[in-house]
Write a protein that binds this ligand. Structure first.
Ligand SMILES: O=C(O)CCC(=O)C(=O)O
Ligand SMILES: [Fe+2]
Length: 218
């Protein structure tokens, strides 16, 4: 008698709702270049133009200080780059980018923490981590659910975003982005979004990250 294995695993629904190979936003057509389905990771092309990338870098230069991580805001070895949130800044390019990012992520801007700019020099990295907060942390009452990392420049060597549990690498390219989400009921899927910013070997690396929360902030 044959044994029948029932596949009881049904695909969980995702926040990201774009199908096909393009995302049409109010002011831009964005290419979906590659995607993994579970957990959902999507590599996006031509999210920002050169002028927008350069404007974000310039804005952050005034605000950069040594990166602080986690809700305790302590300087840590996990992230050796420098970072700054672009909040409370009245700027036309920033507003346009935030609107576009919100359309891509399918979440209103009010759920976002503001764009966070990171600057890595050779040898600097962001070691393995997940973007959501531990259940025991205070911030988990309105936890993060999705991330968009925008690459603001071309890195000569190194600086890849790497997902070790998926064995998936994204190479930084100016104007491109990687999207991923971790709002699955199945905790295993969220944990698979573990990722790192590999050390920059040559050149420098600039990224802008948008983390979205489950509820509006404030
Ligand atoms: O720099 C990268 O490639 C990853 C950045 C990142 O993981 C983050 O901003 O949460
Ligand atoms: Fe991250």
């Amino acid at each position: 008698m044959a044994i029948i294995f029932n596949d009881v695993h049904e695909k969980e629904s995702t926040i990201f709702s774009h199908n096909g190979n393009k995302i049409i936003t109010e002011d831009r057509e964005i290419d979906i270049l590659a995607r993994l389905e579970e957990p959902l990771v999507a590599v996006l092309g031509s999210v920002l133009d050169d002028e927008e990338c350069e404007a974000l870098i310039e804005l952050s230069k005034d605000h950069l200080k040594r990166s602080k991580i986690g809700s305790t805001r302590e300087v840590s070895d996990i992230r050796t780059s420098s970072g700054a949130f672009l909040t409370d800044i009245d700027n036309e390019v920033l507003a346009r980018v935030e609107k576009r990012v919100s359309e891509i992520m399918g979440i209103p801007t009010e759920h976002g923490e503001g764009l966070h700019i990171l600057h890595y020099q050779p040898g600097q990295e962001y070691k393995d981590h997940v973007d959501y907060f531990a259940e025991t942390s205070k911030a988990a009452s309105n936890n993060r659910i999705s991330t968009l990392v925008l690459y603001l420049n071309d890195v000569e060597e190194g600086g890849e975003t790497y997902f070790p549990k998926l064995n998936f690498t994204v190479r930084p390219k100016k104007g491109m982005a990687v999207y991923f989400e971790y709002f699955y009921n199945e905790e295993r899927l969220n944990e698979l979004t573990l990722h790192r910013g590999a050390p920059v070997i040559k050149g420098e690396k600039w990224v802008a990250t948008q983390w979205m929360r489950r509820k509006r902030i404030g």
